[in-house]
Design a protein around this ligand. Structure first.
Ligand code: TYD
Ligand code: MG
Length: 444
């Protein structure tokens, strides 16, 4: 309870996190037994799966779980400037082209600005209806009258409801606006896409508070300096989460990348110390990425551990296991780790590739260019087989890699596991792997 307006939460120190809660009226409580009895049903159903509308953008349709489900609510989050408006204008035009009645509401840009962008994207003639508006009351009235199949709200932070006192972008507004739009989607059978900015530090006014209200949460990721963009499903009530779509930001908007492995490896120059190709899985697809490490003498009392595109906790773990089980330490040395191309890797299967990159960087010798690495490292120093081993190997073979270092075991039940042209070098534990890697670099 706070007696006056307060900008900062005393408990967690966050700004603008406090929301006014009006207590329910203190009238007589309904007695139990006064409610309506709910009709119960069973889990069995004859209903067909929901029909889906495909945009024709394969990368987008896959991330949605096979297309857009009618009356679904989707949140697309991402850093400011990463390309959300571009993506959604293109997606809206694609859905419109596929026969959907689409409406694009911009609260950030004037209609003329959106038209200019559409022109630049070659979409000036797409049958998309456009509004530049931030008042949700008017937007809902319009939607109710127009009943489109799909509406994009760009962005939810700019929208406001007159019944809420706080400013647009505040938690109270965000929550109320999202609630109104999601309820509208369900009631009127209109698919709603909400665009939300996330802030790098506190996501206080970011779309986090909205995540549990929607059916599907997509994040649009990428590094500003790189042209690659990843659309990642982190929640999907109608399809697999973890699915990703890969795009490239060009002068004419976002282009789909059908073969991401080739793209992510295209920047690879001559074999360099610290560079390792990791055979990963993203959603349902195998994907090769380059992991780079740099190990350099440090002048700091607390040497630097800088990670980009990977979980920093994983780096600490891999380094700790290398030290404890193999006696390989990094004391007095700065360690930098990076996934090339602005890709983010979440799989534990990257452990082994991280270890290989660290070893190669530490000894300043390059690994053979035809090698891919994957596998999980357990705290005991044992190597754990990972899922979809054959798919990873196949992708590696397809891209011309001829050798793979991986944990022993985990072979498919049929014992097939023969990917022509890829020689398997299996290891049961980290010590064996270290010897093999140092042997491969010729440093051992
Ligand atoms: P935008 O979609 O406005 O980002 P967001 O809505 O996430 O804030 O994209 C902004 C960036 O994209 C801007 O820096 C310019 C770049 N861009 C291109 O490179 N090519 C294009 O065709 C367009 C439309 C934008
Ligand atoms: Mg935008």
């Amino acid at each position: 309870m706070h007696r006056k307006w307060q900008g900062r939460c005393e408990a967690c120190g966050a700004w603008n996190a406090l929301v006014e809660e009006v207590p329910l009226s203190a009238g007589p409580r309904p007695a139990p037994g006064r409610g309506r009895q709910i009709a119960l049903s069973t889990l069995a159903t004859d209903e067909p799966p929901p029909p889906r509308a495909r945009s024709g953008m394969a990368e987008l349709d896959r991330v949605l779980g096979g297309g857009l489900v009618p009356a679904s609510a989707i949140l697309v989050g991402g850093d400011p400037g990463i390309g959300k408006s571009t993506l959604l204008l293109q997606a809206t035009a694609a859905f419109a082209g596929a026969g959907l009645d689409c409406l694009y509401v911009s609260g950030e840009e004037a209609a003329a600005q959106v038209r200019l962008r559409a022109q630049r994207l070659g979409l000036a003639r797409a049958p998309v209806r456009l509004a530049a508006e931030t008042g949700l009351r008017d937007i809902l009235t319009t939607l109710d009258a127009e009943r489109p199949d799909l509406v994009v709200i760009d962005s939810i932070q700019t929208m406001w409801l007159d019944s809420i006192e706080s400013a647009p972008g505040s938690v109270a507004q965000l929550r109320a606006v999202a609630h109104e739009l999601v309820t509208f989607a369900k009631r009127r059978g209109v698919s709603v896409v909400l665009v939300g900015h996330v802030t790098k530090d506190g996501q206080i006014a970011g779309p986090r508070v909205v995540e549990h209200m929607v059916d599907c949460v997509l994040y649009f990721e990428g590094e500003r300096g790189h042209q690659f963009r990843i659309l990642r499903a982190v929640k999907n009530r109608f399809g697999p989460a973890d699915e990703i779509g890969v795009f490239e930001m060009t002068g004419q908007g976002l282009a789909e990348v059908a073969n991401p492995s080739a793209l992510f490896l295209s920047e690879r120059g001559r074999p360099a110390p610290g560079s390792v190709v990791f055979a990963g899985i993203e959603g349902t697809r195998p994907m090769l990425t380059e992991i780079q490490a740099l190990v350099a003498p440090s002048s700091l009392a607390m040497p630097r551990r800088t990670v980009l595109g990977l979980d920093s906790g994983r780096l600490s773990t891999v380094m700790a296991v290398l030290e404890a089980r193999c006696g390989i330490g990094f004391a007095g040395q700065d360690v930098f780790l990076n996934v090339a191309g602005g890709m983010r890797v979440h799989e534990p299967a990257a452990d082994l590739a991280v270890a290989a990159a660290l070893l190669s960087a530490r000894d300043d010798v390059a690994l053979p260019p035809e090698l891919v690495v994957f596998g999980e490292i357990s705290l005991s120093g044992a190597l754990r087989p990972v899922s979809q081993r054959e798919n990873r190997l196949k992708e590696a073979g397809k891209l011309g890699f001829t050798a793979a270092m991986l944990p022993a075991g985990g072979r498919a039940a049929q014992g097939a596991d023969t990917v022509p042209g890829v020689v398997l070098r299996e290891q049961a534990d980290l010590a064996g792997f270290v010897t093999a890697i140092l042997g491969a670099t010729g440093a051992g």
